[in-house]
Write a protein that binds this ligand. Sequence first.
Ligand code: PEP
Ligand code: MN
Length: 320
Amino acid sequence: MRELCVEFRLLGSYDIAPPRGEAPPRESRQKKLDPGATTSAKNAATELPSSAKNWPKAARPSKPNGTVVHIRQVAVGGDSFIVVAGPCSVESRDQVIVTAQEVRARGAVLLRGGAFKPRTSPYAFQGLGWEGVELLAEAGRVTGLPTVSEVMSVDQVERMARSVDVLQIGARNMQNFDLLKAVGKTTTPVLLKRGLSASLDELLAAAEYILSEGNPQVILCERGIRTFETSTRNTLDLSAVPVLRERTHLPILVDPSHGVGVRRWIRPLARAAKAVGAHGILVEVHPNPPEAKSDAEQALTFDDFEQIMTELAQIPVYSS
Ligand code: PEP
Ligand code: MN
């Protein structure tokens, strides 16, 4: 238009007429109710799906300013972007302490490490159990990093909550309702991973189980979902981030390691996670990836991790 006219005067505008019998599009209905309405995240946040009745405590309107989960000195949520790193499984004292020191030196603020491992095969490495938890806790003490580890059953919850700083609920347990209730009864922050084939609605309903038991410290984690695509281990659903930011006040992490399952594809998706508005990422790092006892294909070397941290520093923290 600029090339064709010297002046452009807007005399009025019309809604597109909906086909006979159909309601006008949602946006124009909204504008009639509130002529000042825009499509900004704040206004859109009030447009919750009807299923939000199942997760009132998780829904954005119950805490419009957002939840910040405090894990000792670390704040997850708000305007910060944090990095959780560590091995898939704790394998030995050396392995976990060296990894903790190296990731800390490169900017990780939380140390992860699995001790009870949900493995597809009963013959695969199942984790070191409580010995692994103690080694993770020791690595946390040595480096000053708060720790995250997966809790697989109700009877592990109490002891795990005494040993680590964050209880992880794995993707395979996202709808283990007894486990959700049990972690909801603790005062320990919970990292809730999205189920392999769970909708965002189901993820929020799972978070509601924890919140409704009285534990407000829940962090959500997008870690990829099952689709028809076989090139990647899962399909990392980055569109979950803006949707969740709109619908819930809970902080959202992205786990590109389990999302793609292939070392060299983690870096671009880590950058994308920050750009799209995640409150942080979770990645798996190992001193010698080919030797890793679980998830070797997706384990980052310390150099890979350093490169990711350097690239992330170039991306501004998303602000809505
Ligand atoms: C993990 O974080 O090591 C893990 C098993 O993740 P997920 O539950 O997402 O598969
Ligand atoms: Mn893993």
